[in-house]
Design a protein around this ligand. Sequence first.
Ligand SMILES: NC(=O)c1ccc[n+]([C@@H]2O[C@H](COP(=O)([O-])OP(=O)(O)OC[C@H]3O[C@@H](n4cnc5c(N)ncnc54)[C@H](O)[C@@H]3O)[C@@H](O)[C@H]2O)c1
Length: 322
Amino acid sequence: MKKVYLITGGAGFIGSSLADSLLTKGHQIIVIDNFNNYYNPALKRENVSPHLKDPNYKLYESDICDEKMMEKIFTENHIDYIVHLAAKAGVRPSLEDPIGYAMSNLIGTNIILEQAHKHNIKKLVLASSSSVYGKNEKMPFSEVDNVDKAISPYAASKKSNEVLAHVYHEIYHLNIILLRFFTVYGPRQRPDLAINRFVSALEEDRPIDLYGDGTSFRDYTFIDDIVSGIEASIKYLEDHESVYEIINLGSNSPIKLKEMVQIIERVMDKKAKFNHLPMQAGDVEGTYADISKAARLLNYKPSISFEDGIKEFLKWKRRTNK
Ligand SMILES: NC(=O)c1ccc[n+]([C@@H]2O[C@H](COP(=O)([O-])OP(=O)(O)OC[C@H]3O[C@@H](n4cnc5c(N)ncnc54)[C@H](O)[C@@H]3O)[C@@H](O)[C@H]2O)c1
C-alpha cells in the first residue's frame, strides 16, 4: 500500500538514494533539506532533479532547526514514517565547527523527534554512525559494546541522538530504529569521503593525501545495502510494537587503507602517487561491524564485494563526470 515517507536530508547521498528506491515502489516522499554548503550544493540539486518531476515527490528547502517551518510541514502533511538523515555528516570538520554540529545534529534531531511526538507519528528510522564506537578495541563492533567514549564532536552528536531517541521511546512510545552506518560508498558518494577523493585524484593524476601508514581500516558498506537496510527497518517497525533498537549496518569485512588504494588502482588501471600525512585528530584507527543483529532482525545481508562496489562507483563517476 502507498505510504508517505518524510526523509530529512533527502537531497544528500543516502537520502536521495533512498528516495529513488521508494519512488520506484510508488510511495509518496516528502523531503526536507537545506542544501547546505558542506559540499557543493549543486551536487544535491542534481540528486533531486529526477525526483522533482514525480507527482509523488514534494521538496521543502528548509532547515530542520527552523521550528516554525517544521510545525508547518508536519501540520500540512500526513506522514506515516520518518527517516531522519539530515545532519552535518563529516568527522574531521566537526572539530572546526562543533557548535554548527550541535545545532544540526542535536537541536535538529530534537525538533524532529518533538514534531513526531506532537503529530503522533510513531515510526522513525534515525541515522547513527559507526563513529560512536570511538577507539573500541573489541572487534567486531557490537551494539552491546560501551560507546561512552566518543572522540569527535560528530560522534558525540550521534551518540546523543541515540540517548535522546530513547527518551521519546520511553515517554511518548515512539518506535525508533537507530542505524549505525559504517562508511557508506557508491554512486553519489559525498565528495569529502576518501574513496571519492582518491578516485578523483587518480583520474586527474594528482597525488593522494594518505593519512597514517595505511594500516587503518574501514568496514565499507555499499549504498544499495544501506537503502535495503533502511527499508527493512521500516518493515520491522510495521510488524512490531514498542520498538527501540540500535542496529549496525556494515559489511563485516574491513579493508585496510592501503588495500583500498590497491583495489582502486587495479579497477582504474592506474598507479597512485602519495602525499603522506599524519593521522588526523578525531579519526578512529579502524571500524569493523558485527552485523548479526541486522541479519537477525532485518534479514540484512550485504550484497556486493568491495571491488565490484568500486567498479559501480567508478562507472557512475565517469558517466556523470562528477
Ligand atoms: N555516508 C556515510 O558514510 C555515513 C556514515 C555514518 C552515518 N552517516 C549519516 O547518514 C546521514 C546521511 O549522510 P550522507 O552521507 O547522505 O550525507 P549528506 O551530507 O550527503 O546528506 C545529508 C543531507 O542533510 C542536509 N542537512 C544537513 N543539515 C541540515 C539541516 N540542519 N536541515 C536540513 N537539512 C540538512 C544536507 O544538505 C545534506 O543534503 C547523516 O546523518 C550522516 O551522519 C553517513
